[in-house]
Design a protein around this ligand. Structure first.
Ligand code: ZN
Length: 308
C-alpha cells in the first residue's frame, strides 16, 4: 500500500481512476459548493466615541414598479433617466428594513422593531444581543414596518424594555385609530414615555422633530465623546430618488410638502456638519454621509470611517 505522504499526483490520479464510479461521483459532488444567491451579514457594528452602534437587517425584499412609490410627481421618462444614470433598474427596487441598536455602556437602546418580531430578533441575536437585554425601545414613527415587532403574538418582544416615542406621533395615531396601532402600540402604552423636539432618551441620545413622513416622525442625534451620528428613520427613503430629488413625492409620506421640507432641512444639516446618518431604508448596512451636489444631495456610503 502506498504511503499517503509519498503519493505523487500521478499515483493519486491513477488511484482515483480505479475507484468505482459511484465513489468518484460522490467526491465530485462534495467539491461543488451550492449556488446560494445574493446574501449579506445581518449586522454591522461601528464605533461612536464610547458607544457601540449596530445596524441590524430585520428584512429585505424586492418591490416591483418603484415609481408607484417614488417620484410620483414626475413623468416616467424623468424617473427612468435618473434611475439609468444611477445604474438602477426601473422594474423593481430592493427594500431594506434596518433597526439600530445603540449600546451606551449604561443602556441598550433599540430604534424601531421591523415588520415582525421574528426578523428583528434573528438579526439582533446575530449581532450578539438577546431580547431581554434591551432596556429601551424607541419608536421613530408608527408605520407597520417600524412597530410590527413590538409584540410577539400577545407578549411584548422585549420583556425588560421601557418605550419612548414622540408625543405628536402617538397622539395622531391614537386619534386616527388603526389596527396595527391598537395591536402593537396600545398594549405597551403604560410603559411608554413621550417626548418632543430636543427631548432626551438617555444620556447622549436626543430627539429631533422631523415631521412630514408621518405627523410626528422623529429622528435622533447620538453623541459620544464629541462624535455624532444621526438616526434618521424615514425622512428620506431612497438613496437616489430621495437624496438627489428631495422634492420627488413618496407614496408613504403622509404630508408630502412637509416631508420634502424636512428632507431638505435634514440633508442640509447632515451635509454641512459632515455627520454620518443611519436611514432605516437606505441600502444595507444603511450607514452613510450626505454630500451637497448641484442643487440637491448625494449619498456617500460609509466605508471604514466608523470602524477606526
Ligand atoms: Zn419605514
Amino acid at each position: 500500500m502506498t504511503n499517503p505522504s509519498n503519493m505523487t499526483r500521478r499515483t493519486a490520479l491513477a488511484g482515483a481512476a480505479a475507484l468505482p464510479l459511484a465513489a468518484a461521483t460522490a467526491s465530485a459532488t462534495r467539491a461543488a459548493a451550492p449556488i446560494m444567491g445574493a446574501g449579506s451579514a445581518p449586522f454591522q457594528r461601528v464605533n461612536l466615541g464610547g458607544f457601540d452602534v449596530t445596524t441590524i437587517l430585520a428584512g429585505s425584499r424586492a418591490v416591483p414598479d418603484p415609481q408607484n412609490i417614488f417620484g410620483m410627481n414626475v413623468d416616467a421618462d424623468t424617473f427612468n433617466k435618473v434611475s439609468a444614470e444611477a445604474h438602477l433598474p426601473i422594474d423593481q427596487a430592493q427594500f431594506f428594513f434596518t433597526p439600530t441598536v445603540v449600546n451606551t455602556g449604561a443602556e441598550l437602546v433599540l430604534f424601531d422593531t421591523g415588520l415582525s418580531a421574528e426578523g428583528t430578533l434573528a438579526a439582533l441575536q446575530a449581532a450578539g444581543y438577546s431580547a431581554d437585554q434591551v432596556d429601551i425601545v424607541v419608536i421613530t414613527h408608527m408605520h407597520g414596518d417600524h412597530i410590527g415587532g413590538l409584540m410577539n403574538g400577545d407578549t411584548p418582544t422585549y420583556p425588560n424594555a421601557r418605550y419612548v416615542t414622540g408625543q405628536v406621533e402617538y397622539d395622531a395615531w391614537a386619534k386616527a385609530g388603526n389596527e396595527n396601532f391598537d395591536g402593537k402600540v396600545k398594549p405597551l402604552a403604560e410603559q411608554m414615555t413621550f417626548l418632543g423636539d430636543g427631548g432626551s432618551v438617555a444620556s447622549g441620545i436626543t430627539a429631533m422633530a422631523a415631521f412630514g413622513h408621518t405627523p410626528g416622525h422623529m429622528a435622533y442625534m447620538i453623541e459620544s465623546e464629541g462624535k455624532q451620528l444621526a438616526i434618521c428613520a424615514d425622512f428620506a427613503n431612497h438613496y437616489v430618488w430621495s437624496l438627489a430629488h428631495p422634492d420627488w413625492e413618496v407614496k408613504f409620506d403622509m404630508d408630502k410638502a412637509a416631508a420634502a421640507a424636512t428632507r431638505k432641512t435634514m440633508l442640509d444639516m447632515l451635509s454641512a456638519d459632515g455627520v454620518p446618518f443611519i436611514g432605516y431604508h437606505m441600502p444595507w448596512p444603511a450607514i452613510g454621509y450626505v454630500e451637497k451636489a448641484d442643487s440637491a444631495y448625494a449619498y456617500v456610503p460609509h466605508t471604514y470611517q466608523l470602524l477606526l
